[in-house]
Design a protein around this ligand. Structure first.
Ligand SMILES: [Zn+2]
Length: 323
């Protein structure tokens, strides 16, 4: 019993990542497969089951070696029923009975939650959250997502929409239109595409010399990374763009701090690869927009686990099956 393992799955639109972990959270094996979203995504779960069977036989393991399996998935999750619906990057538009499929095929207890929540659990357990009971995670990638752990519990809200930090309004007037249908969401200005959108907007009124501004004016493609790299190299326009993005982030993160007073607000995802350069600028606005007790007790940190946050957090879901 003591050396039983956890299996974590981080399901995404291009790959499904897997990891076998000890109960203490140490990764022992890691692998991934391509996600085949053809035919309304009906191959996804069977492919995952086949891959797990193959790996267990490779490692000489059986279902009895596992406490449980946890999975993070895009879409709307019914945790009790173990179903997913509306995961459009997986082509899952109809109800998917994932838990039923997994448990009947593998005979291992299964638990599922939203992918951003699962990444939050991972960073809280083994990453920058230092296993503290009050941790908020925010991920800046193609979208902006998040997860809130308060007093040791992951918050879900009445319909599972808690922690959707990407849709916090940071620009109430003249904000960009978001995929959610609202204007001025954090996601429209702080995701990878959001940073570029801010650059395009600010370039209209910027008159000085700038490599990035020149590229935009020429209609060339500019990425979020290009903008951060140019800012680090001292490009005045790029610095202006980064400062604006960090203002929006700092505003959202400060209000999370004012509301929840977590010990740690952890920033992860592709855009956070800009590192301390990003964090210190978010901190500046966090300090400006928080009140004293929060400013002195809530830390703004960079994520530490990178791509492993998802599988580690997913595996942590299965800890509920420990007897
Ligand atoms: Zn939105």
């Amino acid at each position: 019993m003591a050396d039983q393992k956890l299996l974590g799955i981080d399901l995404g639109g291009t790959t499904a990542k897997f990891a076998i972990l000890t109960l203490a959270g140490e990764i022992q094996q890691k692998w991934s497969i391509q996600t085949n979203i053809l035919d309304e995504g009906r191959h996804i779960v069977p492919d995952i089951i086949d891959s797990i069977r193959h790996r267990l036989s490779l490692y000489g393991m059986t279902k009895d070696d596992f406490i449980g399996i946890g999975m993070g998935s895009p879409g709307v999750i019914d945790r009790k029923a173990g179903t997913v619906i509306g995961a459009y990057n997986l082509n899952w538009t109809t109800l998917q009975p994932v838990k039923e499929q997994m448990e009947s095929a593998l005979g291992i207890p299964f638990e599922i939650d939203n992918d951003a929540n699962v990444a939050a659990l991972g960073e809280r357990w083994q990453g920058a959250g230092e296993n503290n009971p009050d941790v908020t995670f925010i991920t800046l990638g193609t979208g902006v997502g998040g997860g809130i752990i308060a007093e040791g519990h992951l918050l879900h809200g009445v319909v599972g929409a808690a922690g959707e930090i990407g849709h916090v309004t940071v620009e109430p007037e003249n904000g960009f239109l978001c995929t959610c249908g609202k204007h001025g969401c954090l996601e429209t200005v702080a995701s990878a595409t959001g940073v570029v959108r801010v650059a395009h907007k600010l370039s209209e009124e910027y008159a000085g010399d700038s490599k990035i501004k020149a590229l935009i004016d020429d209609g060339a493609e500019v990425t979020s990374k290009d903008i951060f790299d140019a800012a680090k190299a001292g490009d005045a326009f790029a610095l202006m763009v980064v400062d604006k993005v960090c203002y929006y982030l700092g505003l959202a993160v400060a209000n999370i701090g004012n509301l929840l007073n977590p010990s740690d607000i952890v920033i992860g995802g592709g855009v956070s690869a800009a590192g301390e350069f990003l964090r210190e600028r978010v901190q500046k606005y966090f300090d400006a927009f928080t009140f004293t007790q929060v400013r002195q007790s809530t830390r703004v940190k960079l994520a530490q686990l990178g791509n492993d946050a998802g599988v580690i957090g997913a595996a942590s879901l299965a800890r509920k099956f420990i007897k």
